[in-house]
Ligand binder design. Structure first.
Ligand code: SP5
Ligand code: ZN
Length: 350
């Protein structure tokens, strides 16, 4: 297994996120990735690599994200500081949103004010953007692209070990600690590399709304997500069982929401359902946005998987016998995230 790790991840280290009217310390911290690296040093289930510098990254990003959104991310920090030099000491968070489709606001007259533009592109105020966020997210996408290319070159399994995570980011929006959708970048690169059918199986605690939105009207990328029921769990506004795809994509999205409190037995039964659906789709390759926030000790989530369960999760994923790209998503029980992530990889290796 090739493991592409993001050497620039620590340049993104948000300080605080808005939660129910107050600022709380960020859960998505650099130590998460370091714990995975430390565990990989103890249990080397794969070889560590960094993505080549000459990957066609900008082209790959444009295949998933809109040009205006990528421009926005590229310039965001400079524009934030240009608003007020004191902003250099603060992370950027939105505090005003257009809610265009429902509340009659206009989308044909985009504001120049940067705080307003941030609200145009972000769907929550829990995703701080700072000086190094774009560099870190961009290098993370390079890891995802490199992992996809490794699998296209015959590698059985490749892991993009990166943060910030990606599965909440959509074609033209950020949120849920995500800026660039690494799993979508990998899935699209696999399609563009000649594989006709790609399955994405998202096992993060939270619904992969960004990935779903990227591929919702397509029948060449089958998206499946097992997650906390959006009626009570973040991201709340997408992830219901009746979202099955649209147009050509009808029948090519599967959501398997589970109630908060779900334990391993019921979760694993649902994973079997997901694997059957993936297998019925008959893909050439699998992409797994891997969140470890299904863990019983996760501070912001509500399932109760234990560390040893992740070995079984990996084995079940491996039982499909498909070439597999894994991207690192959530998982906020920082001390255990390394063990849990490497357990999945070890199980998957078989
Ligand atoms: C990739 C991923 O897992 N994103 C998850 C984003 C969740 N954002 C909302 C989390 C709410 C945090 N609650 C803090 C409680 C402090 N006591
Ligand atoms: Zn999550």
């Amino acid at each position: 297994m090739k493991i592409f790790h993001n050497t620039r991840h620590a340049e993104h280290a948000g300080r605080q996120e808005m939660f129910r009217g107050r600022m709380v310390d960020c859960h998505e911290v650099p130590a998460r990735l370091q714990h995975v690296l430390d565990e990989l040093a103890r249990r080397p289930v794969g070889t560590l690599h960094t993505p080549a510098h000459d990957l066609p990254l900008d082209a790959a990003l444009r295949r998933v994200h809109s040009a205006d959104y990528l421009d926005f991310l590229t310039n965001a920090w400079n524009e934030w500081v240009a608003m007020d030099p004191a902003n250099a000491q603060r992370d950027a968070l939105p505090s005003v949103w257009p809610l265009a489709s429902r509340h009659g606001f206009r989308t044909d007259a985009p504001p120049h004010n940067f705080a307003a533009r941030l609200g145009q592109y972000a769907f929550d105020s829990g995703t701080p953007l700072m000086a190094g966020s774009w560099a870190a997210a961009r290098e993370g996408a390079a890891c995802a692209l490199a992992a996809a290319q490794a699998v296209l070159s015959g590698e059985r399994c490749a892991f993009a070990l990166t943060r910030p995570p990606g599965h909440h980011a959509g074609p033209n929006f950020m949120g849920g600690y995500c800026f660039i959708n690494n799993a979508a970048v990998a899935a699209q690169a696999l399609r563009d590399g000649g594989l006709a059918r790609v399955a994405v199986l998202d096992i993060d605690y939270h619904h992969g709304n960004g990935t779903q939105t990227c591929f919702y009207e397509r029948d060449d990328v089958f998206t499946v997500s097992i997650h906390g029921d959006p009626r009570t769990e973040y991201p709340f506004f997408l992830g219901h069982a009746d979202e099955r795809g649209a147009g050509t994509g009808e029948g090519f999205n599967l959501n398997l929401p589970l109630p908060r409190g779900t334990g391993f037995e019921a979760w694993f039964g649902t994973l079997q359902r997901a694997l059957q659906a993936v297998s019925d789709f008959a893909p050439q390759v699998l992409v797994v946005p891997m969140g470890l926030d299904t863990f019983e000790g996760d501070p912001i989530s509500g399932f109760t998987l234990r560390s040893a369960d992740y070995l079984q999760v990996g084995r079940a994923l491996g039982s499909l016998g498909l070439p597999t790209v894994i991207t690192m998503e959530g998982g906020y029980a920082v001390a255990e995230v390394g063990i849990n992530a490497v357990n999945v990889l070890e199980g998957l290796k078989g």
